[in-house]
Ligand binder design. Structure first.
Ligand SMILES: [Zn+2]
Length: 376
């Protein structure tokens, strides 16, 4: 069972196994020395924050420092600026192979729905090239009487056309109520849920188990995803196993986000800092769907990043000890499963001899093909 995880269970074309019969463009690309891969999908982005690293400071370098800097800056951003950066970031991703991107977008009473309006505009502009899914990142608090304004904004965003209900229970005063409220509203609107979950090294946070229990007991059927799940990596093996089995049984997908977690977590811990990754082995052994994404792109939450599936895959090889094939499956088939998308017929052609070389070298020479046509 070692590393079994999500690998090879989706029946999707694997590296080097793409059928090029009656596909002259793909046949030509293969003959020119390109490696043909099922196109990757980014399961967790923040296009509204992207490319602001030179504008927003994060002196402490941790999550709360990033949030402080971002919130102070957020209300000054125009709709046009949101659109310009988000579109530029999505096109960086497309050039690197992504034909589907799930992006969270902030909702907050000080900023209203400007970001949502902007991202809906970007989604329309990119139709046919990159399929965008928008997650409403509900402001805090997101439960009870104190959360009424934020929950009203969430409903407004869903009415506007946002695809997924999101939030951050681990930062809420009442994580349990926050989780249940998010699930109830998602069920009411018949939308999937994707929560930032346990994005902390503090093992007293285990909202992932709470989410898995709530999904199982409520029979929620619209798709549930938990992003980060950092603190699961800090639990004992028996706790990891218990939670992983519940996550797998409830059909909750987990998104590992090595880039931002390595950047934000364990700041100031000089001795043996943890890697900040979720419990990949336990989740894999339990049969849970575990995909991988980049999270932030050159913003105060992570000042580097290239919107590149090969970058995320390389980090999963180095920090998560995945095999190259396993890492690529996490940024492609497993990501699409977490996003509720069917296996793709989109193809990334990349100038490399093997998948390992493609991940290691991340060559810029790439062609993205959708429906037999070049889109890059
Ligand atoms: Zn995030």
């Amino acid at each position: 069972m070692e590393g079994a995880g999500a690998i090879g269970q989706f029946g999707e074309a694997r590296a080097g196994e793409i059928d090029t019969t009656n596909q002259p463009l793909l046949e030509q690309l293969r003959s020119e020395g390109y490696l043909l891969l099922p196109a990757p999908a980014e399961p967790h982005a923040h296009l509204d924050k992207a490319l602001t690293a030179d504008l927003v400071a994060n002196p402490s370098g941790d999550l709360l420092g990033a949030i402080r800097g971002w919130v102070a800056h957020r209300s000054t951003i125009s709709k046009e600026d949101f659109i310009e950066r988000a579109e530029r970031a999505a096109l960086m991703g497309l050039a690197n192979g992504f034909t589907a991107i799930r992006t969270h977008v902030d909702l907050a009473t000080d900023a209203g729905t400007t970001g949502v309006e902007a991202l809906l505009e970007v989604k329309a502009r990119l139709a046919g090239r990159v399929d965008l899914q928008l997650v409403a990142l509900t402001g805090r608090p997101a439960s009870g009487a104190a959360g009424a304004d934020n929950l009203a904004l969430l409903r407004e965003a869903l009415d506007m056309g946002v695809d997924v209900v999101g939030g951050c229970p681990h930062l809420d005063e009442d994580p349990e109520a926050c989780t249940h409220t998010a699930l109830e509203i998602a069920a009411e609107f018949e939308k999937p849920i994707d929560l930032h979950t346990d994005e902390t090294l503090d093992p007293t946070h285990l909202e992932l188990e709470l989410l898995a229990d709530a999904v199982a007991s409520s029979g929620f059927m619209f798709g549930a995803t938990a992003s980060h799940c950092v603190s699961l990596g800090m639990q004992t093996e028996s706790v990891q196993r218990r939670v992983a089995e519940k996550v797998a049984a409830a059909g909750v997908s987990v998104v590992a986000l090595p880039q931002t977690n390595l950047f934000l977590q364990a700041r100031g811990q000089r001795v043996a800092p943890p890697r900040g990754l979720t419990a990949l082995a336990a989740l894999g052994e339990a049969g849970a769907n575990v995909c991988a994404g980049a999270d932030n792109l050159q913003d105060p939450f992570c000042t580097v990043g290239r919107a590149d599936p090969m970058e995320t895959a390389a980090l999963m090889v180095m920090a998560g000890h995945d095999r190259p094939e396993q890492a690529y499956e996490r940024v492609s088939a497993a990501s699409r499963k977490a996003m509720g998308l069917p296996p793709t017929t989109d193809v990334l052609a990349i100038r490399a001899a093997t998948l390992r070389e493609a991940i290691a070298s991340a060559p810029a020479d790439r062609v993205v093909v959708r429906d037999g046509q070049r889109v890059t």
